[in-house]
Design a protein around this ligand. Structure first.
Ligand code: ADP
Length: 282
């Protein structure tokens, strides 16, 4: 069922999708998926037809974030039919992995006895199917949740599909920022316009008094080490837009864990700064 191709893969537009926006981070754990899913939901809330494609093969998190599971069905063209929640269409490797991959009782992943060479092949095929064989229907925007890093998988995705723009998620920490700059270089080399950077976990929002505390050194102000390495300064230096801050907020994490992202969870909240932060970036 997989088309065999020889030679270099050609860059293709994803069928029925007007714009592809990739959300990336150069390292894991900075909140890339959380930002990606909340941005996609922010678009959807504005009446923009939106989908999210989770290309993180080894740690797919979109199924949990959207509280979705189960095997997608195939349509008459043998294309995967996206699973939908909160008005957002989604596809993820997490839906395609056999249930036995994860033991719900113990939380352990059983040892994979598939030969390594086969595993690589299966990953390539599955990635191809995710990129080219999903029936998105007409979409205005497809948000690509890229795997963290700037390695081969990211390169392959960039080579296979036409990405209209990239959003880089970083934290205020210097090390994450250095990585983000590396991510910027990757998109530049591949002629993908960088739409901007999002600073996640920018400050700690106290649940009791609402006071905002900068817990990481921002490098933008008085505490910079003579050498200004903050996110905003770096954006200026690179000529990239700074898209905004998301607070480090226990509720954002809780919403994510229970499968109802903040943009949806606080839909009816009168004034939610954390929800507004995502909407503003979108
Ligand atoms: P990545 O995709 O970069 O690996 P995730 O989006 O999976 O990161 O986030 C990693 C963890 O951090 C998750 O438990 C998530 O709920 C939490 N998290 C992400 N952003 C925030 C935030 N702004 N405030 C609190 N927790 C967050």
């Amino acid at each position: 069922s997989f088309p065999r191709r020889r030679g270099l893969p050609e860059k293709r537009k994803i069928r029925d999708v007007k714009k592809v926006v990739a959300v990336s981070s150069a390292k894991g754990g900075v909140g890339k998926s959380t930002v990606a899913v909340n941005l996609a939901l922010s678009f959807a809330r504005r009446g923009i037809k939106t989908g999210i494609l989770d290309t993180d093969i080894f740690g797919p998190s979109i199924p949990t974030l959207l509280n979705l599971s189960g095997e997608p069905r195939l349509d008459e063209n043998n294309c995967l039919v996206p699973l939908t929640n909160y008005g957002l269409k989604s596809m993820s490797m997490g839906y395609l992995l056999p249930q036995t991959q994860f033991d719900n009782a113990t939380g352990e992943v059983p040892m994979d006895t598939t030969p390594i060479s086969w595993r690589g092949l299966m990953v390539t095929k599955a990635m191809h199917q995710l990129l080219h064989s999903v029936s998105w229907g007409p979409l205005d925007v497809l948000v690509l949740d890229l795997p963290p890093g700037t390695g081969d998988v990211q390169l392959t995705i960039n080579q296979e599909v036409l990405i209209d723009g990239a959003v880089i998620v970083t934290t205020p920490q210097d090390i994450a920022l250095r990585d983000a700059v590396r991510g910027f270089g990757m998109f530049q080399r591949m002629d993908v316009p960088v739409l901007g950077m999002v600073r996640n976990m920018a400050y700690f929002a106290c649940p009791n008094c609402g006071h905002q505390t900068k817990i990481f050194s921002h490098g933008d102000g008085h505490h910079s080490h003579g050498d200004d390495r903050g996110v905003i300064a770096e954006c200026k230096r690179l000529g990239v837009d700074f898209l905004g801050d998301i607070p480090l907020d226990a509720q954002v994490c809780e919403d994510a864990d229970r499968g109802m992202p903040t943009v949806v969870a606080e839909e009816t909240a009168e004034r939610s700064a954390r929800r507004q932060a995502f909407l503003d970036i979108a």
